[in-house]
Design a protein around this ligand. Structure first.
Ligand SMILES: Cc1ncc(COP(=O)(O)O)c(C=O)c1O
Length: 359
């Protein structure tokens, strides 16, 4: 780090994305990408948008895409905000609704970008410990705080809470904004979007990265009361007016409209998940109940870091978090049937030492 770095840059502890190694071909089960291709209509929309209009700036407000999202979720366009991936929407959300010096709440085990944004923007936070079984302690999300954020389903556990439980949290936090990060909601959870009508302090964030097979296009969006959306626009227009390019806007609009295709891929992923869970349980793994396109698993004997290493050696990448409480777990994205068969074969063939379970 050189003297040229600002104090802010010097003090940052940035998010570390899942590895994308190029040294060999891996079965990639480490970043929760969707194993199925995007809808053919997305590819064709991006082709059509690849023309000389690229010399012009895109629509800064992405009106057509906002209308498509609004119509899909029975909202109005002024209840939708677009961003370059939901990570950007999350960053703007921290700036728009949380203040330096006023503490917010999120779970102790959760999406690791939240503490990164909180530190970047000097927002103090308190981590609410998940229950022993990694379920969310709903009644702990109340009291003296100035904002709440959590993913539903949670990451990296995959555990979801019912919309009724989200509503209980909203009822106890009406003085400030409650953000529900629904990156994985398509895979079995119950969305909080219908609550937007009744709770002007609710912001729900979605992404096309997982459910719509578009991690490479970078499109996320927030839904909430028009007042909240205006705050997000104010932040966005103070950073970069054109966060979504023409190709992303065209592709995302086609994706949102092709509900039949994505319904199909979602069902395939949920079926594969059920099969993998049952096979792993037969092998003695603990599997946290998942409503996401990944599972969080613990081997009865093998150390998780060692299992991670052995899988990588066999060409299978999963995610390991060397963090308190979860350092004996691995997060495994649900790939297609062939990928998951290879994963199961590899796991069952590994040489597992006998002995007492790790701590
Ligand atoms: C809980 C959660 N929220 C948000 C994101 C960000 O997704 P994207 O920026 O691709 O939309 C992720 C990605 O892994 C995630 O796990």
């Amino acid at each position: 780090m050189s003297n040229y770095w600002s104090k802010i840059a010097r003090n940052l502890d940035p998010y570390v994305p899942g590895e994308q190694p190029k040294d060999r071909q891996y079965i990639k089960l480490n970043t929760n990408e969707n194993p199925y291709p995007p809808s053919a209509q997305v590819i064709s929309a991006i082709h059509s948008a690849t023309n000389e209009d690229l010399k012009l700036y895109p629509d800064p407000n992405g009106e057509a895409l906002r209308r498509a999202i609004a119509s899909r979720f029975e909202l109005s366009a002024d209840q939708v905000f677009l961003g370059n991936g939901s990570d950007e929407v999350l960053a703007f959300t921290f700036l728009a609704f949380f203040d330096p010096g006023r503490s917010i709440l999120f779970p102790d085990i959760t999406y690791s970008f939240y503490p990164v944004y909180a530190n970047l923007f000097h927002i103090p936070y308190r981590c609410v410990p998940l229950n022993e079984d990694f379920t969310l302690p709903v009644s702990e999300f109340r009291g003296d705080n100035h904002g709440v954020i959590f993913p539903n389903p949670n990451a990296p556990t995959g555990n979801a809470i019912a919309a009724q439980a989200v509503e209980e949290i909203l009822r106890h936090n009406q003085e400030h904004v409650v953000v529900i990060d629904e990156a994985y909601i398509a895979f079995g959870g119950e969305s909080a979007v219908p609550l937007i009508r009744r709770y002007p302090n609710l912001l729900v964030i979605h992404t096309l990265s997982k459910s719509h097979s578009l991690a490479g296009l970078r499109v996320g969006f927030a839904m909430g009361d028009p007042e909240l959306i205006r705050a997000l626009e104010t932040i966005k227009n103070s950073v970069n007016s054109y966060t979504l390019d023409r190709l992303a806007l065209a592709g995302a609009e086609a994706a949102i409209k092709d509900t039949a295709y994505y319904q199909g891929t979602k069902i395939k992923i949920m079926r594969t998940r059920a099969h993998v869970v049952s096979e792993l349980e037969k092998m003695g793994f603990t599997v946290i109940p998942s409503q996401a396109n990944f599972i969080f698993i613990r081997h009865p004997v093998q150390d998780a870091a060692e299992l991670f290493r052995q899988l990588k050696e066999h060409g299978i990448l999963v995610r390991y978090f060397p963090k308190p409480r979860i350092d004996q777990f691995l997060r495994v994205s649900i790939g297609n049937d062939a990928e998951m068969a290879a994963f199961l074969r590899t796991v069952s063939g590994l040489s597992i030492p006998y002995g007492p379970a790790p701590h």
